[in-house]
Design a protein around this ligand. Structure first.
Ligand code: ATP
Ligand code: SF4
Ligand code: MG
Length: 331
């Protein structure tokens, strides 16, 4: 079966004048199957956004991506913008933490939604307006008819994020990349948006990448979770396996902070002591070594590669010389 998205060996570097290039993402590979939801977690600066900006062809400010990205079997990394635009915005879409960055401030919501359908799906204005209304209702926007005539600044943050989700779903995409979709919202609204995403998944075969620094957000929706640290994937497993038996000491430390694993909220990432290495730092050994309770001499000189832990469950991979034994982590 062709993966919806296949990322192979993707790195992102920033030019830094005369100095060494900064590595934001280092040799990441992952695949997303049709209808699958993959969660990406990692603390601030771990490279989550830059990785998917590279996928979307949206890298800016001296950032350069390398490696291979295939969307439904077609190479998309480095293809001309004109060709990429054909899939981006219709079959491959991304939503961000701040929906204002993607909404046009001086256009009414209805016009923005309908325009997407007219330009990408070739609908008439009348058909597009009807479809826009239906989509707002589908993402549970109350008083949808009235919202169509409002401007983005007249809506709350949660309502704007629903509009963004509606806009990204209009052309029935094969893949939705949601980058911290609930981070700017209060807890009640976060839960509502996650419910909307859950309902959208249940009603379609759309694949999803859910990016968050909040393991709780990802755990509630993802089939598989990848943990990123300092630009690399350090652990990858089915969501249940990762939450019940993390093998990487970083993931295990994060889970230790969890007050109640199966409760409504899990720990937020930044509760871990110390800070990750700067993207300018040259890589030697394991990037997590300065913060790792299990670090030994080997960790400081030899970089651990992603591989199955000693007692693997299917598809579980970890980059660690001394992984944590498969013990269930509980409250
Ligand atoms: N314009 C830039 N110039 C240089 N380095 C940058 C630039 N933008 C991002 N970076 C670096 O790239 C690395 C990865 O950033 P990225 O935004 O992908 O992290 P993230 O995991 O999405 O974090 P967050 O949870 O805060 O969104 C960081 O170390 C950051 O300093
Ligand atoms: S390789 Fe060593 S330092 Fe890195 S996570 Fe594993 S035990 Fe810790
Ligand atoms: Mg980010």
């Amino acid at each position: 079966m062709t993966a919806t998205l296949a990322i192979e060996n993707v790195s992102v570097h920033f030019d830094a004048g005369d100095g060494p290039r900064r590595a934001a993402v280092r040799e990441v590979s992952l695949a997303v199957a049709p209808a699958e939801c993959v969660g990406i977690v990692g603390e601030s600066g771990s490279g989550k956004t830059q990785l998917f900006m590279a996928v979307m062809g949206l890298l800016r400010g001296g950032a350069r991506g390398s490696g291979a990205v295939r969307f439904e079997g077609r190479d998309i990394l480095g293809v001309p913008r004109r060709d990429l635009n054909r899939v981006r915005g219709s079959k491959l879409t991304m939503i961000f933490q701040d929906p204002m960055t993607s909404l046009t401030p001086h256009l009414k919501i209805g016009v923005q939604l309908a325009e997407t359908l007219v330009s990408h799906a070739g609908l008439s204005w009348q058909e597009a307006e009807r479809a826009a209304l239906q989509m707002l209702e589908r993402v549970r926007v109350p008083e949808a008819q009235r919202r169509l005539r409002q401007y983005p600044h007249e809506l709350s943050g949660g309502m704007r994020q629903r509009v963004m989700i509606a806009m990204s779903l209009l052309c029935e995409p094969s893949l939705l990349i949601a980058d911290e979709p609930t981070t700017a919202l209060d807890v009640t609204v976060q839960a509502q948006i996650m419910d909307v995403l859950r309902a959208v998944r249940a009603a379609s075969r759309m694949a999803m990448v859910l990016i968050s620094h909040d393991l709780g957000v990802v755990a509630g929706l993802a089939d598989r979770i990848l943990v990123m640290y300092a630009g690399r994937v350090v652990e990858s497993a089915a969501a249940g396996d990762l939450l019940a038996g993390a093998a990487h000491p970083y993931t295990a430390e994060l889970l230790k902070c969890v007050p109640n694993l199966w409760g409504p909220r899990l720990a937020r990432m930044p509760s871990l002591a110390g800070s990750p290495p700067d993207a300018k730092t040259a890589e030697r050994g394991c990037a997590f070594a300065p913060r790792c309770p299990r670090a030994a001499e080997r960790c400081r000189v030899e970089r651990p590669l992603l591989r199955a832990p000693e007692a693997p469950t299917r598809g579980h991979e970890v980059a660690c010389h001394y992984p944590v034994a498969a013990t269930a982590v509980t409250a």
